[in-house]
Design a protein around this ligand. Structure first.
Ligand code: HEM
Ligand code: NAG
Ligand code: NAG
Length: 269
């Protein structure tokens, strides 16, 4: 569940209608006024954990005796906790985000990077959100935990040339040319461990997604150098990941009288 919650915060932060920010909009169900983000391509049948967020919200409101913690903040803290379980690391999360009162399917489709993106496309997507190349490489390290569905890497394992032969062969057994779209594969050798295996894999052409492998050998010497650095330095990876998470979590938040604090993360008050 930790991987899913980490991803949910990322997808929340990269999408909004008029501002870009972490505003809980990913959690809003469709209404007669808008079609939300849950059925957008990158989210539908893919993002999981909405029920866990509901549980966290209910517990918090019980303890606080009122609805005072925003759904956007819950996602930010849950993402941090998801990567700091075990003897790894932690970081301070800025708080005080308020929740969106609208959401947009189109914004989700247009703002989230896709697994078939090239390096320049990935970098452009992050830069459009005020995040730099270091943030792109460090945050992509989020793929050191979690799983991906066959449909997100099928094209890579049958068509890409920059994939290790053994890996392609074994993935092709798990993910045939047709059928098995939802078959899951770990994103690195240790999908429950927040470690540097993801970067080790990239060095050996063992990235699962096309977009993963683009970070090493995708044409950017600066990206190649960061992948090498993170693969040998868990400390540098942790420090850069934490800094980038804080930066991503702080992209144009709703504060003051903007937005509201939902009492139910699935709908506006
Ligand atoms: C750089 C561009 C990125 C692309 C193209 C991308 C794409 C994807 C795709 C296609 C999946 C599999 C989804 C599925 O199987 O339905 C996935 C999973 C995941 N992504 Fe990303 N992602 C990116 C960046 C990030 C970032 C920045 C984070 C967090 C910091 C992140 C965290 C995750 C996690 C944790 C999973 C596994 C989710 C689970 O197991 O439920 N991703 N990503
Ligand atoms: C839709 O928007 C109108 C006008 O702002 C509001 O009165 C109504 O309650 C909204 N409907 C829903 C389902 O949120
Ligand atoms: C491989 O690429 C070809 C040509 O672009 C495409 O038609 C085919 O569907 C791809 N194969 C897979 C398994 O995605």
């Amino acid at each position: 569940m930790g991987a899913s919650l980490l991803r949910m915060h990322f997808h929340d932060c990269f999408v909004n209608v008029c501002v870009l920010g972490c505003d809980g909009s990913i959690l809003l169900d469709d209404t007669s006024n808008f079609t939300g983000e849950k059925t957008a391509g990158p989210n539908f049948n893919s993002v999981r954990g909405y029920d866990v967020v509901d549980k966290i919200k209910t517990e918090l409101d019980k303890i606080c005796r009122r609805s005072i913690v925003s759904c956007a903040d819950i996602l930010a803290v849950a993402a941090r906790d998801s990567v700091s379980i075990g003897p790894s690391f932690t970081y301070s999360v800025l708080l005080g985000r308020r929740d969106a009162t609208t959401a947009s399917l189109n914004a989700a489709n247009n703002n989230l990077p896709a697994p078939f993106f090239s390096f320049p496309q990935l970098l452009a997507s992050f830069q459009a959100h005020g995040l730099d190349l270091t943030a792109l490489v460090a945050l992509s390290g989020g793929h050191t935990i979690g799983l991906a569905r066959c449909t997100t890497f099928r094209n890579r394992i049958f068509n890409d040339t920059n994939i290790q032969t053994n890996l392609a062969a074994s993935l092709q057994r798990a993910c045939p040319p047709t059928g098995g779209d939802d078959n899951l594969q770990p994103m690195d050798r240790t999908p429950a461990g927040f470690d540097t295996q993801y970067f080790d894999a990239l060095l050996r052409n063992r990235g699962l997604l096309h977009s993963d492998q683009e970070l090493f050998g995708g044409g950017s010497a600066a990206s190649d150098a960061l992948v090498r650095l993170y693969s040998t330095s868990p400390q540098r990876f942790a420090a850069d990941f934490a800094a980038a998470m804080v930066k991503m979590g702080n992209m144009q938040p709703l504060t003051g009288t903007n937005g509201e604090i939902e009492s139910d993360c699935r709908k506006i008050n």
